[in-house]
Design a protein around this ligand. Structure first.
Ligand code: CIR
Length: 256
């Protein structure tokens, strides 16, 4: 069960963030409205929100997930792969000190983005990507091992153009993984029940199980119907403006 989440609304500089999508500039007012609905959904799931101030110094800072890896056993600060994002970590760290007695951290030359980390109960899938390098992945695995978690590395470089591992996978609980077509054949996922996302709904793979609900991107009917058929209560959310900036549902919060 998640009790808390940290979020940060998009700031006035949001449109200056990193993006590869070519989907055009985001509409800030609409992004702010979508973010409010996202926050309301998290509250509906039963989590208490810490809402950080928007920070125009860091255009991508609404994607708080990338700044840390949080478990019930410890908090590990990331060292984001994009240099323009490294300054986002300190304000999140300040907020985490209220909840964790100590914070650990990924050290350079290691780089790591939280979006590359997928927890499946006591096991972590760690994506090696354009943002998370082997050194960062090894550091994280070592820290998690101290907390009795196991880790598996998933190299997604060149796979389907995924920015982060969680752009292509999500853990629903109950040994059930959501996977996009590009990653479903990786043997590392053997043993899990797989929910495959059709290529034309790829973006929907970045869904988030939060307590008794699954947050899903609105506009992907096949995937949403499949989740309902499996017995999940879904909350569809329009995140079009965040998608334009290469972000999705999971990136917008740190849940713990
Ligand atoms: C970036 O490129 O870093 C941001 N524009 C998007 C980050 C999305 N985060 C995520 O998928 N965890």
């Amino acid at each position: 069960m998640f009790k808390h989440a940290i979020v940060r609304p998009p700031s006035s500089s949001f449109a200056q963030g990193l993006t590869t999508t070519g989907l055009g500039a985001p509409d800030l007012a609409l992004a702010q409205e979508q973010h409010r609905e996202y926050c309301a959904a998290l509250e509906q799931c039963g989590v208490a929100l810490t809402i950080l101030d928007p920070d125009p110094q860091f255009p991508d800072s609404t994607f708080v997930e990338d700044t840390a890896v949080l478990t019930t056993r410890s908090a590990i600060l990331a060292h984001p792969g994009a240099a323009s994002r490294r300054g986002e970590v300190s304000s999140v760290a300040r907020s985490l000190t209220q909840f964790y007695p100590s914070l650990q951290t990924i050290q350079p030359p290691g780089t790591l983005d939280g979006g590359d980390i997928c927890q499946a109960d006591d096991r972590f899938f760690i994506g090696i990507s354009e943002r998370t390098n082997e050194v960062g992945a090894q550091q994280l695995a070592k820290l998690l091992e101290q907390d009795s978690y196991s880790s598996s590395f998933v190299d997604i470089r060149g796979l389907n153009g995924l920015l982060h591992l969680k752009s292509g996978i999500a853990y629903l609980g109950d040994q059930r993984l959501v996977l996009t077509k590009g990653v479903e054949d990786l043997a590392i996922f053997d043993g899990y029940e797989i929910v495959t996302v059709d290529v034309d709904e790829n973006y929907a793979a970045n869904c988030v199980r939060v307590n008794n609900y699954v947050l899903v991107a609105a506009g992907y009917p096949k995937f949403s119907t499949e989740l309902s058929r499996l017995g999940y209560q879904t909350i569809p959310l329009d995140v079009s403006e965040f998608q334009k900036m290469d972000g999705g549902l999971s990136c917008l919060s740190l849940r713990y």
